[in-house]
Design a protein around this ligand. Sequence first.
Ligand code: ZN
Length: 271
Amino acid sequence: MSEEIVKLIKLQDIDMDLDRLKEECESIPAEIENYRTKIDEDKNKFEENKKQTKELQLRRKEKDLELETKESEIRKHKVELNMVKTNEQYQALLKEITKAEEEKDVLENEVLVLMDNIETHSSEINKVEKTLQSEEKEINEIIRQLENKKAELEKKIQDLELERGKFASNIQAKYLKKYEHIRLGTEGVAIAPVENNSCGNCRLRLPPQVINEVTKEEDLVYCDNCSRILYLENTNKIVLRTNKKSTDKKEKNEESLPQFIGGEESPNSQT
Ligand SMILES: [Zn+2]
């Protein structure tokens, strides 16, 4: 019986490790997506900037054209001055010329402002383009590393799942079934130690009768409150020590396997 509990505790350690690895692995795609979004956003900003510059250049062309029209209008009026017959006509034409020249001044100012704007935008574009290139390179490298990490984690998960399968096949079906059932309905923890006469998972104070049953180790005992399988930690320390020996052969997987309580190699551990 306690032998089975020991196995369940180890199975839970493996499962918790698996949960951690899976959680880490599953978080990577979102992380990669965040980096991609960042690059996309910066690229969009850059494109938007380029678009604005093009619009400014277009407006400048229009203003240049308006300016040319205005200048030729003024020249035409000046020629006309020599041909007018009356003073009235002459004065009217002079007024026209003054008005056109004022408008020309306004246009020239507008062109100057536009030129200034275009210059600022262009230098900004050059700067952003350079930053964007190095940023993209950097982010692509980060993404590459994250993808590698994901592949490594997937391999680790695969190995540990294999190990878990092998290990679980040595547990009595009835206990394994109960363990799996509890784990499904809980947050991954199916088995909890009795600590200070309380459930190590939900901290509920356990009645002496329950502790007594746990001590007897005749059958599985559950916490009334959180339904976890209860066990006595002291007993486990002893059994886990002997249990450690039997897994020592699997040297390759030793690193990924959970550490046992007091699981240091000791020359006496076989007795
Ligand atoms: Zn409990």
